[in-house]
Design a protein around this ligand. Structure first.
Ligand SMILES: Nc1nc2c(ncn2[C@@H]2O[C@H](COP(=O)(O)OP(=O)(O)OP(=O)(O)O)[C@@H](O)[C@H]2O)c(=O)[nH]1
Ligand SMILES: [Mg+2]
Length: 466
């Protein structure tokens, strides 16, 4: 890990060219850097117009300069910010000039946020909330991320931890001073009561954990089915752009193609896959293999069939996923009438794939559409967005949003369970041990203890300049 104490800089705004570019500098030499580039240090937290000079002392730009002396800055260090004109040459000139100043170096990914964490400006759950806020694509994701950035989970967990430590103190007092006459007998009672209610509260939060994780990831919908059924045409229609190649030849799609949709605020990833059939073409065979894997991992499968073609029955037993059958090309006047011929389509508890490949839970919806003409797609979209809402959860955003949170709370919950276990026969040393291990587990949520090992995982997702 690089030295903290270095002064770091980076372009913090998006990809140039743009109207404005923001360059941030953080660390002990930030003020000195500002003096070199802008000629002076403006008043704290006030925007000042300044001429920015490059490495050759030439004027590169006229920009707004801001100065945030430590500790009242985002990173907790001295921070300088330049709001430049966002041209590539301007930015390159400023970054080159900064690189020439002694003690300055380009920031690594996530390094600004890491410093904010190390200086106590954010706890780990807030850091994760910030990463999610930047990545949020829909309003529901944004709401969830913002609550986390604002410390909802962090505060809850710190208050749990404080109560745990309070209970632990009672038990330890009882152990340490059990010989002394003036220690009240009943220290264990209140400690156990606290442990019991924490066990229940954490259990409640865990019960709700899947919802937050799912919203973060979004609903994954795979479009699968036999070749030439119109899967790619359907994807393009739903995405409102030509994301996938469409052709009259069976076996057109080979790679997996993904598009992200925002359905009423809920994130949905649509995945187009290769038409599933037995084939000798090695490239297509690989495409079919990938299609099966992706369909098996999806939360929902749209099984697309050509309503105008004689159907191929591909069914076996199985249970795992939800599958909706989409009869496409109804504009051609299908000879395959669904009502009279339902057996030709995958039924409940049937796997859609030849042989013993992915297993599906149920086929519970049928749609008649023409992807080419757009008929019936509104219905399908409405059903998809309803499904997304049910699956990802409406109402209050969830408290836990990551597997990491779930694991940590499961550990704390299990330790509390052991602390309360009657088998202990009231042994105070075991009680103390388990309460301590629950507190340690909770500390990992906000990064109060044993953080090093989880830091890298969290900061890895950040971009440079954040
Ligand atoms: N008449 C009609 N033709 C359609 C419809 N949907 C797709 N097609 C045509 O069917 C052919 C195959 O469409 P694709 O979208 O490439 O089919 P696919 O299922 O992705 O095929 P593979 O990638 O080979 O598995 C193309 O010629 C499309 O124009 C439809 O609703 N009506
Ligand atoms: Mg295709």
């Amino acid at each position: 890990m690089p030295l903290v104490g270095d002064t770091i800089f980076a372009l913090s705004s998006g990809r140039p060219p743009a109207a404005i570019a923001v360059v941030r500098i953080s660390g002990p030499r930030a003020g000195a850097a500002l003096e070199v580039l802008a000629g002076r240090i403006p008043k704290p937290r006030e925007a000042a117009l300044a001429r920015i000079r490059g490495a050759e002392n030439d004027i590169i730009d006229e920009a707004l300069a801001l100065w945030f002396p430590a500790p009242h800055s985002e990173t907790g260090e001295d921070v300088a910010e330049l709001q430049l004109h966002g041209g590539r040459a301007v930015i390159a000139g400023v970054l080159a000039a900064l690189g020439k100043i002694e003690g300055l170096r380009p920031a690594e990914a996530g390094e600004f946020t890491r410093r904010a964490f190390e200086n106590g400006k954010l706890d780990l759950t807030a850091v994760e909330g910030l990463a999610d806020l930047i990545a949020a694509e829909t309003q529901a994701q944004r709401r969830q991320a913002f609550r986390q950035l604002k410390g909802l989970l962090g505060e809850r967990s710190e208050s749990w931890r404080a109560r745990l430590i309070g209970a632990l103190a009672l038990v330890e007092a009882r152990i340490d001073f059990s010989d002394e006459a003036d220690v009240p007998e009943d220290l264990l009672g209140p400690a156990l009561a606290t442990a019991k209610s924490l066990h229940a509260e954490i259990g409640q939060a865990l019960a709700d954990a899947g919802r937050g994780e799912r919203l973060r990831e979004g609903l994954v919908v795979a479009i699968a089915g036999p070749p030439n059924a119109g899967k790619s045409t359907l994807l393009n229609r739903l995405a409102r752009r030509e994301a996938a190649i469409v052709s009259p030849f069976a076996g057109t799609t080979r790679d997996i193609i993904e598009v992200h949709l925002d359905l009423d605020g809920y994130p949905v990833t649509l995945v187009d896959t290769a038409g599933i059939r037995e084939t000798d073409d090695p490239v297509e065979r690989e495409g079919v293999a990938r299609a099966k894997v992706r369909a098996a991992e999806a939360d929902l499968v749209l099984w697309v069939v050509d309503a105008s073609a004689p159907s191929v029955r591909v069914a076996a037993d199985g249970e795992k996923q939800t599958v909706w059958t989409v009869r496409n090309k109804i504009d051609l006047g299908g000879q395959n009438d669904l009502a009279s011929n339902k057996n030709e389509y995958p039924q409940k508890n049937e796997s859609l794939f030849i042989k013993n490949e992915p297993k599906f839970k149920s086929v519970d919806k049928f749609f008649d559409v023409s992807a080419a003409k757009g008929t019936g797609l509104e219905n399908l979209l409405k059903a998809l967005s309803q499904h997304a809402e049910n699956y990802l959860g409406g109402g209050e955003p969830a408290l836990l949003t990551r597997e990491r949170h779930r694991r940590v709370l499961q550990n704390a919950h299990a330790a509390l369970g052991r602390a309360l276990d009657e088998e202990n026969g009231g042994r105070e040393d075991i009680l103390a041990e388990e309460l301590r291990s629950a507190a340690t587990a909770l500390g990992k949520l906000t990064g109060r203890v044993d953080v090093e090992d989880i830091l890298d995982v969290i900061f890895r997702d950040f971009c440079i300049g954040k």
